[in-house]
Design a binder for this molecule. Structure first.
Ligand SMILES: *Cc1c(COP(=O)(O)O)cnc(C)c1O
Length: 676
């Protein structure tokens, strides 16, 4: 097809609003923001075909960063509002001020996610595109995002609203399509947007459909429903956001003419989707519908499970819908519980790691038989650093094509006896560490100094400050074995007072350490996002993961780290349970005994920090036996562990994960070529 025909064909399938006025520059010459148009046409056709088993994948958030993977180009200027221009850094060895700034000037992540769940959803959709699955992803167009994090010294985290320019965000387009949700006393109108997620070879693209209430003729109040992700201070707003994702999502799929076979719900957030399908059908038909619904639970933590009072929901949805909600979603406390609703309507339920499955079995005894597990993974193309990808390519006679088949990383173990591979692996790591030192140039980090990082969402059960519990121990270790560089990053939910207090306390502790700058550098970076996660997970020596077991359902940042040969110091929780025997680092601390989860607030900080310092001491000692100021012992057990990390990474990726979803959850044929 010639270029003009391609654009016409695209426009016949995708009703772009304001095409002539705005988007015709970026969708022209057979291109979509620099990517080929053909794959979009292909996937749009497949989603309309009746003979495909298409999947609708629902999530409240998606973590996608064009600056890190599959960069879109725009001919129009990108508004500065969409750029991250600076990165502030807080450290214990400040020169003149408390904060310093690094210039970055990169496109900010699509601001529609908050943390791990979103990044997982983004990684999953990228992998679905790599697998060329007929999938439509459904999410929300958050008009003011989640928030941009600023630190204020002696005050802590200041959340800032993100005023992004939606119309100049590369890859994102508005559609002419409108849908209407009919509620008890009003109607809510939604505009649809699309953002295409391309495969790594740019030969397929999954549409991500984003729902937006910021249009006429909605009331002023309703126009703000899709402003901010995870506001928790207003339960009616919270309910409305879930109604939009679930009911609005199904209406959007209908409006676009997609023939969907499987509705995959992430968290209970999207459970209202059921209403849109179950209304006005017989009981038998409704039973039969269950085989089209699947549900993934992502957390054992209370706050992750949405519950609404009967009176709240009965005021919002129509009587018939409310009766269905009561029938399928009322819990023993008389609340409408979206987790229960999702479990009651879905034929397949899964936890996100083996350990999480055990925890769910104790939490939801009645559903025990039906709860399976599919351990999370990460998208290897996004998270393997260029220097490691080059290394794997250099040894391609041995590994095969890692891009096409990341399972082959498992073979890395067999290269342990190859001194050349060991040396080059170390070099690739040092190269990544140099990139970190370069990024933090003003702080004079050293690539031959032991470097450890804790970076993730700041939530109490993740215990961000565990390593700062007794800083004298850190100083002692540094004196005894050699200096330490410790990095932190993470956002705390703006309404999580405890998280806020943590950040405050950590900034204070870092500040108190400003006299010991010789042996111990501690740095806290603001506004943890995907680009920063990529830099940190690939460049430090040790990735610190110390959640209180069993509250980390899976965790994924450690998976990003092992793919880059970064060792773990971790408690035994989430995915790490499945890698316990794989020599990926050091496991320490409190162990959960298959009983009840206990309280996520009894954090066991004192005991577990002692265990952490012991583990750390061993790791630091081994590190400095391995790396003596740049003189490296190629035979060191440290390098063995780096190789074992890479090898373990063969399992903890989204390709293996999707194969399992296809087999266990969606009853689809697998792609047999990928299995080792
Ligand atoms: C991977 C990632 C997370 C999730 O980290 P966990 O280890 O699961 O807590 C959160 N935020 C960003 C930006 C990430 O890239």
């Amino acid at each position: 097809m010639d270029n003009k025909r391609l654009v016409d064909e695209f426009l016949s399938l995708v009703a772009v609003e304001n095409f002539e006025g705005v988007y015709s520059k970026d969708i022209a010459q057979g291109k979509y923001f620099g990517m080929p148009l053909e794959p979009i046409i292909q996937s749009e056709r497949r989603l309309r075909a009746r003979n495909e088993r298409s999947i609708a994948y629902f999530s409240m958030e998606y973590g996608l960063a064009s600056s890190v993977y599959n960069q879109f180009q725009s001919i129009r200027p990108v508004s500065v509002q969409n750029m991250n221009q600076t990165q502030e850094v807080f450290s214990n060895f400040r020169l003149a001020d408390y904060l310093f700034t690094v210039k970055i000037d990169t496109l900010m992540d699509l601001p529609i996610y908050s943390g791990g769940l979103g990044v997982l959803a983004g990684d999953t959709v990228k992998t679905m595109a790599d697998y060329k699955l007929p999938v439509a992803a459904i999410g929300m167009l958050w008009n003011t995002g989640y928030f941009r994090q600023k630190f204020w010294f002696k005050y802590g985290q200041m959340p800032e609203k993100i005023h992004w320019d939606i119309n100049s965000y590369p890859g994102l387009i508005p559609l002419k399509n409108r849908i209407k949700i009919s509620l008890q006393s009003e109607e809510v109108y939604l505009r649809l947007w699309k953002y295409y997620v391309y495969s790594y070879q740019h030969d397929y693209a999954v549409p991500l459909i984003l729902l937006d209430s910021n249009i006429e003729p909605n009331t002023e109040k309703n126009r703000h429903l899709t402003d901010q992700l995870y506001r928790s201070d207003d339960t009616s707003l919270k309910a409305m956001q879930r109604i939009i994702l679930g009911m609005g999502g199904v209406l959007a799929l209908n409006e676009l003419g997609y023939a969907i076979d499987i509705y995959h719900l992430n968290e209970g957030h999207a459970a209202f989707a059921f209403l849109e399908k179950a209304r006005g059908v017989t009981g038998d038909e409704r039973e039969a519908m269950r085989k089209h619904f699947a549900y993934t639970c992502h957390t054992p933590v209370e706050a992750g499970h949405d519950r609404f009072s009967i009176s709240e929901i009965s005021k919002i949805v129509k009587k018939e819908d409310f009766e269905l909600m009561e029938k399928y979603g009322k819990d023993s406390h008389g609340m409408i519980n979206l987790t229960l609703l999702a479990m009651n309507i879905a034929s397949a339920i899964n936890a996100v790691s083996k350990r999480h499955q055990q925890v769910m079995h104790t939490q939801f005894k009645k559903y025990e038989e039906r709860i399976q597990f599919v351990t999370n993974g990460v998208h290897t193309h996004t998270w393997i650093s260029p220097s490691f990808m080059r290394l794997f390519e250099e040894f391609s006679a041995f590994f095969g094509d890692i891009k096409a088949n990341p399972y082959n990383l498992v073979k890395a173990k067999e290269l342990k006896s190859n001194p050349e591979f060991r040396g080059k692996l170390w070099q690739a790591h040092q190269e990544n560490k140099e990139a970190l030192c370069h990024f933090l140039e003003k702080w004079k980090l050293n690539k031959n100094i032991f470097t450890i990082c804790w970076a993730r969402r700041i939530a109490a059960y993740k215990r961000p400050s565990l390593i700062l519990q007794d800083v004298n121990r850190l100083i002692e270790i540094a004196k005894k074995y050699g200096p330490l560089q410790v990095l932190f990053a993470g956002k705390s939910h703006p309404q999580d007072d405890l998280g806020f207090t943590y950040i405050n306390m950590m900034l204070d502790k870092i500040d108190e350490l400003n006299k010991v700058t010789d042996n111990l550098k501690i740095i806290m970076l603001e506004n943890y996002e995907i680009a920063l996660a990529k830099l940190l997970t690939s460049s430090v020596d040790v990735w610190l993961n110390n959640p209180l077991p069993p509250f980390e359902a899976s965790g994924t940042s450690g998976m990003k780290a092992i793919l880059n040969g970064v060792l773990q110091v971790s408690t035994l929780d989430g995915w790490v349970v499945e890698a316990e025997d794989k020599n990926i680092g050091k496991i320490f601390g409190y162990r959960w005994e298959d009983t009840k989860p206990g309280s996520e607030h009894n954090l066991r900080m004192v005991d577990d920090s002692h265990r952490l310092y012991e583990a750390l001491e061993e790791m630091v000692a081994l590190y400095y036996r391995t790396n003596k100021k740049g003189m490296v012992d190629n035979a060191s057990a440290w390098i063995d562990a780096m190789i074992d990390c890479v090898s373990a990474g063969a399992h903890f990726n989204t390709y293996r994960m999707l194969d399992e979803y296809k087999r266990l959850i969606w009853n689809m044929k697998e792609n047999p070529s990928r299995h080792p």
